[in-house]
Ligand binder design. Structure first.
Ligand code: 5AD
Ligand code: SF4
Length: 437
């Protein structure tokens, strides 16, 4: 065996888990490739948050049938959130009998054993562990996002928003010990990483399960005390739990970026109640006010969806007015997708597909308009940018300022991983451009 390929479909959590799977695969002395034909092991690290992520995985796995027939020695593994969903492992097995290994999110650490067992015995393995209290930690990580690094602070979710599959595929909340998180971040900073993103499905619940209890703000303070120049980000927060203490912590620690991902989901109080979000539009707007009052020029981004069951035109308009009012620095916009096993799945009043489509187009148009206006505010400013990558398509380096805004600029030297000051010279559309000063 020489090569492996990994396909990733989901969120940052899923992306980071792929880095762990790569770490495990490289213990087998395999090298990464993008070529199905030469890969000896192909791993699909799936996502099931929306139907299209699931459909893409099914399509990609199905496309391997011919190659696997020609070369039965090739090992095909399917992991992640999709097989962890009730009934899906059996469904995958029935549709694609050529799959060699099926594993879930709770037993990612078992992947190494499963691959060993498969290599030794030639037999297929399905292992969707029910031990939802296990954490996928203490495995080698092959990082692929330098100068940024993801660090898990907790796993699972207890919130049960009625549209969301995550609590069913990722189990209950469990937190890593603060000292383990601090020591991981320390070693990343020492080895040259410049931006650390702390990950959890709902970071505001961090530490509630630990004894003694620790809260997320205290964890942030501890991490921000680590020596060296680096930026600290975190995601995601739940608006019901964000409080003054968190805002003060952002304000008082230079390393913590003035930026927060603050998913609203809907601008309608009636829909928010149906979603079990446990805040109203007014509560949410009050917290936006508090964040902006406490942290000067804080960047606020969001997730928002259209077409939740029973969403009326009036509810939808409430989302539009919210976007106009808040003027987010970025919004991830989604069409509600039915997920079996969730409460919303069996609600009445599912919105017709064409209505959903019309609504998403309007929503995106409004946010695009906001993006353009906010980009203009950057014109003439000089900001500190951490250089992420060279984009071969457009020929520019790309980096982000503390607020998370993507900025493009030229350089004759390779400056990936450096902090540079960039003066913004062009901000006509959504992308902004500048010159190093
Ligand atoms: N349909 C559409 N979007 C969803 N999200 C979560 N579940 C669904 C669903 N069933 C969105 C939410 C969440 C983001 C990660 O994905 O906006 O914040
Ligand atoms: Fe991430 Fe949720 Fe998709 Fe799983 S289902 S990969 S937790 S977005």
């Amino acid at each position: 065996m020489k090569y492996y390929k990994i396909v990733t479909y989901g969120c940052q959590m899923n992306e980071h888990e792929s880095e762990k799977l790569c770490g495990i695969l490289e213990k087998f002395n395999l090298t990464k490739t993008d070529d199905d034909a030469i890969a000896d092991v192909i791993v699909f690290n799936t996502c099931t948050i929306r139907e299209n992520a699931e459909r893409r995985a099914y399509g990609n796995i199905g496309a391997l049938k011919k190659l696997k027939k020609q070369n039965p020695e090739k090992i095909v593994a399917v992991g992640g959130c999709l097989p962890q969903q009730s009934g899906k492992a059996d469904d995958l097995k029935a549709k694609f009998p050529f799959i060699d290994i099926i594993f879930g999110t709770h037993n990612l650490t078992e992947f190494e054993n499963m691959l060993n067992r498969r290599l030794e015995s030639g037999k297929k393995f399905i292992d969707i562990s029910l031990d939802e209290y296990k954490m996928p930690i203490d495995v080698p990580v092959k990082r692929s996002t330098y100068p940024n690094a993801y660090v898990n602070v907790m796993f699972g979710c207890n919130n049960f928003c009625t549209y969301c599959i995550v609590p069913y595929v990722r189990g209950r909340e469990r937190s890593r010990k603060p000292e383990d998180i601090v020591s991981e971040v320390k070693s990343l900073v020492e080895s040259g990483y410049k931006e650390i993103t702390l990950l959890g499905q709902n970071v505001d619940s961090y530490g509630k399960d630990l004894s003694p209890k620790v809260d997320f703000s205290s964890l942030l303070e501890q991490v921000a005390k680590i020596d060296g120049k680096f930026r600290l980000r975190f995601m995601s927060n739940h608006p019901k739990d964000v409080n003054q203490k968190l805002a003060d912590t952002i304000k008082n620690n230079d390393k913590i970026c003035n930026s927060i991902h603050f998913p609203v989901q809907s601008g309608s109080t009636r829909v928010l109640a149906l979603m079990n979000r446990r805040y109203t539009r007014e509560d949410y707007l009050k917290k936006i006010k508090m964040l902006r009052k406490t942290v000067k020029d804080i960047a606020i981004t969001t997730d928002i969806m259209v077409g939740f069951p029973m969403e009326t035109e009036k509810d939808f308009k409430d989302s539009l007015t919210l976007l106009k009012k808040v003027k987010y620095d970025g919004a991830f916009t989604f069409v509600y997708s039915k997920r079996s096993g969730t409460k919303a799945y069996s609600m009445d009043g599912h919105v017709p597909e064409d209505t959903k489509k019309q609504r998403i187009v309007k929503l995106v148009a409004i946010q695009n308009n906001v993006n353009k206006k906010l980009a203009k505010k950057y014109l003439g400013k000089t900001v500190e940018v951490l250089v992420d990558e060279f984009n071969t398509d457009c020929g520019y380096y790309m980096g982000r300022d503390e607020r998370g805004k993507a900025i493009h600029f030229s350089s004759n030297e390779n400056i990936v991983g450096q902090f540079v000051n960039v003066k913004i010279t062009k901000a006509n559309g959504i992308s902004i451009y500048g010159e190093i000063v």
